[in-house]
Design a protein around this ligand. Sequence first.
Ligand SMILES: Nc1ncnc2c1ncn2[C@@H]1O[C@H](COP(=O)(O)OP(=O)(O)OP(=O)(O)O)[C@@H](O)[C@H]1O
Length: 587
Amino acid sequence: MVAAKRKPTETEESDIFAPCSFSSLGLHTTLCEQLEERLGFKAPTLVQAQAIPVVLSGSHVLVNAATGTGKTVAYLAPVIHHLHLYHPRIQRSDGTFALVLVPTRELCLQVHEILHKVLHRFHWIVPGYVMGGENRSKEKARLRKGISILVATPGRLLDHLKNTSSFVHTNLRWIIFDEADRILELGFGKEIEEILDFLGSRQHASAAKNGAVTSKFEFPRQNLLLSATLNEKVNHLAKMSLEKPVMIGMPEKKRQSIALHEHLGSDTDDDDTQTVKATGSVSEDYRLPAQLTQKYVKVPCNARLAVLLSILKYLFERESSEKIVLFFSTCDAVDFHYSLLSEFQFKPSSGPGAELKQRFVNCKTFRLHGNMEQEDRRSAFETFKREKSALLLSTDVCARGLDFPKVKCIIQYDSPGEATEYVHRVGRTARLGERGDSLLFLQPIEMDYLKELEKHGVSLAEFPLLKILDSFPLYGHKHVRKFVSIDAHPWVMSLQKALEAFTDKPDMKTLAKNAFCSWVRAYTAHRGELKRIFMVKKLHLGHVAKSFALKDQPSLVGKSFHNQEKKRKRGEKQKGLSRKRKVSRKT
Ligand SMILES: Nc1ncnc2c1ncn2[C@@H]1O[C@H](COP(=O)(O)OP(=O)(O)OP(=O)(O)O)[C@@H](O)[C@H]1O
């Protein structure tokens, strides 16, 4: 990966920011001042310049723009503008006017924090959030007092719609789906339909059901859908919830392919949406930031762990401040690698400093996944945000929408599956014109995944792994070129030995075994085309065990896997849950 300069160049600036001011888009001066004072936003990004006037006009909108291009303020600013102009002023007793639906708790907190800042001078517009993991009664109390702009995860929102009678939503004017496709992928489709029914916002709903009918404010409902990637499910949600939407940031081909024209009679030839070019589009399907450097590294399964640790060590020693997000497929894998990285020390067998034990990868390490306690999740999220140099181990719970400042590199140690997930994961770096690097780990048997990405116009260069492995000192040994494969590299072999010795302790071994089992299970969960690339049958389970620093025979570990698998299936049958839902929600 190249050493990256972080400031956008002047030419890049013009690819990110629009040559106009926020006030020229129609936003009230006080709001523009708040955007500058509280958030430091002097000029709108291109997507904001496209979307703000359209949202202000009252149209339903579908926004498809690259990650990190400023979609959040594109929808929040027009909503605040309108609420600020209501006369007489809105009151808490009027309840909720705008609802922002997001897929994860962290995104919920992030959007709420932005709202909190921008609303500083508009004290009568009250922001709030409800989400899974929080105290229901406290949320009920807040809803009773009144929340003007409510950010929510779907499950908890539905819960309050059904059970909190003091939740006033008769004046609801906006429903916004941020990361719409992810909300649906997480299996919240049914909840969304119920929510739309509850709020009378489903297309073709009977007039009597429509919330606007009982509203004391005479404004029609306006719904917005936003994501960096779209899919069939979003198309379905768009049909269900949007009326004649204006589509922003979508090339003509895509507009046709999602077939919204005919079904929804969309205003796709809108001049505004045509004239401003979308940021950093490199593919006809997915929009990736143009300043992102994407690499892959081909590693045999049994050398994966040693190679990962070597690359991390190299990156953290190379730069004084390095901020990296490392993605895994399961919560157990995050826990195992987190403990390993936090505790593993490596003592070269001879040479200077042999007597000094030190952490192998010397950096602040955090973890974030869906099985953690809410308070730990919140603290990891907040602290990693503030750190200048740190490593975050995460599942896909971090892949969407989260805006960690100054992340320089994304490592996808476990492959993401769908190409959309690849796009969102790498989107945690290279935000708003900053440079960023990404690295995807692939096993030799998985190399066809590159073709899958290429289908979406995403191409990756090879990472110079050997150069990095050769750079580590091997006291008493010479780097000889005799080995045929990475797993036989002398540095990798000595590191692997040390890792296996470290994992031989009972607590580490349990973590490793759990991680192994859930990793294999996640591997079997790939679907469609991807099943052909990620084939469990092709895996050498002994080598997979090595990648968790396990010396055990695969049959031993395999047995516990089968037991776990049986238990899981039994549990699912009892709960009547579909397999897909179970796998996808556990991130
Ligand atoms: N007009 C602006 N001027 C300066 N910075 C901005 C502006 N708009 C947004 N930003 C910053 O750009 C970053 C990305 O914004 P945001 O998180 O809204 O992007 P996004 O398009 O929603 O990304 P994702 O698709 O990953 O959710 C944030 O750090 C935000 O503070």
